[in-house]
Design a binder for this molecule. Structure first.
Ligand SMILES: NC(=O)c1ccc[n+]([C@@H]2O[C@H](COP(=O)([O-])OP(=O)(O)OC[C@H]3O[C@@H](n4cnc5c(N)ncnc54)[C@H](O)[C@@H]3O)[C@@H](O)[C@H]2O)c1
Length: 355
């Protein structure tokens, strides 16, 4: 059975979590690892099952024994690395956020057009694998909700532990694109794009953002120079409006709430079993009866499967010559929303999403 042979670039936190994608005996195997931090690379290499370790990924670009790259590096490196990989004729899975802005996505699209057989995806697709996401997508695609007019998407993550530290790139918007907006927002927008399908046509955004702040003198988030909360009203072509809110490190409990409302039915759900009400709850009025709520059965989510989904999906996409679950067209829209969110928060005006 043919396996897709990957070069892993970056031996940091996420590459360690992703090792199983290349060792689980399915379609993907790692054959090389690159990181200028050779100590980190040599530590990770045995877990990945890799003996070839290099400091500079350029040394791997021309290797005919490598089919694809997994880029697990900080966001400001995603653009140059992705362009190098595509120009070398290899497929690529890029960590999230895919790029820093929509202009960078356009550069990647141009590079991929020159080699259209190459598959490009972003690891923000990991939540597509949740049963709730697939069910939600089906309900939207089938028209079971009638005309979908409102999505309310609100996620709040808890405060970081006292004394927590993070690598310096996490505190620099020039290197990460943004704080919680890009860190978790990349998953949010990818989930919305996947579930909404062709109904995700963002046109205008009105948004506010605010930076992280010390909760107490003892509990200071490690990144004070980036956003710790965003709130955006996204108006889509076709009449759908989306309220997208993501907050972190605040004086309040975690919250995970997703509501879809249409003219025939609505549902509440969450990314995974991290919601206050796990599963998918379909609501509708029938005749003069009281509101009926049906909880749709769902396989319990498996975090291990979720983590490795994007690599599994890319390998299958290469083997079957089909589009991956997250595409360049999705990333163009997602980064259009990011750009408009930042511009709107700065100008306090509604901003048109770039196409
Ligand atoms: N930490 C997480 O839980 C997590 C989860 C999902 C996605 N991500 C994403 O994964 C990416 C990496 O995050 P991380 O937390 O692993 O960062 P990290 O800082 O822990 O690791 C980044 C690694 O990249 C290496 N690196 C830097 N320059 C390089 C180069 N030129 N060539 C090869 N390697 C180079 C660094 O030496 C480091 O080992 C980011 O885009 C992040 O948003 C992180």
């Amino acid at each position: 059975m043919k396996k897709i042979r990957y070069a892993v670039v970056g031996a940091g936190v996420i590459a360690n979590y992703m090792a199983r994608a290349f060792t689980e005996g399915r379609d993907s195997v790692a054959v090389a690892l690159a990181d200028p931090n050779l100590e980190a690379a040599h530590k990770l290499a045995p877990t990945l099952g890799v003996t070839r370790v290099v400091a500079d990924y350029h040394a791997l670009l021309g290797d005919p024994e490598i089919d694809a790259f997994y880029l697990a590096t900080p966001p400001f490196l995603h653009r140059p690395m992705t362009l190098d990989v595509l120009r070398a004729g290899k497929h690529v899975c890029v960590e999230k956020p895919f790029m820093l802005n929509q202009a960078e996505v356009r550069e990647v699209i141009a590079a991929q057009k020159a080699a259209p057989h190459l598959k490009v995806t972003c690891n923000s697709s990991r939540y597509h694998d949740a049963g709730t996401a697939r069910r939600a997508r089906q309900l939207v695609a089938d028209g079971a909700l009638g005309q979908l007019y409102r999505v309310h998407f609100e996620q709040v993550t808890p405060a970081s532990k006292p004394g927590a530290t993070l690598p310096p790139w996490r505190d620099d918007p020039a290197k990460n694109g943004g704080g919680i907006s890009f860190d978790w927002g990349a998953y949010d927008l990818d989930w919305l794009s996947f579930v909404l399908g062709d109904k995700f046509r963002p046109r205008t955004v009105f948004a506010t953002t605010g930076n992280y702040f010390p909760l107490t003198p003892e509990r200071v988030p490690p990144c004070l120079n980036v956003d710790g909360r965003i709130c955006a009203e996204i108006i889509c072509d076709g009449g759908l409006t989306i309220h997208w809110e993501r907050r972190a490190c605040e004086h309040g409990p975690a919250r995970h709430n997703i509501e879809f409302r249409g003219t025939k039915a609505g549902f509440d759900t969450s990314f995974l079993a991290m919601g206050e009400k796990p599963g998918l709850h379909l609501h509708s009025y029938v005749g003069a009866e009281d509101l009926k709520t049906v909880t749709l059965p769902d396989a319990p989510p498996d975090w291990q499967d979720t983590m490795v989904f994007s690599i599994r999906d890319l390998s299958r996409a290469i083997l079957e010559d089909r589009a991956p679950s997250n595409t360049l067209a999705d990333n163009l829209r997602i980064h259009g929303v990011f750009d408009a969110t930042i511009a709107s928060a700065k100008s306090q005006q509604a901003v048109r999403v770039g196409e």
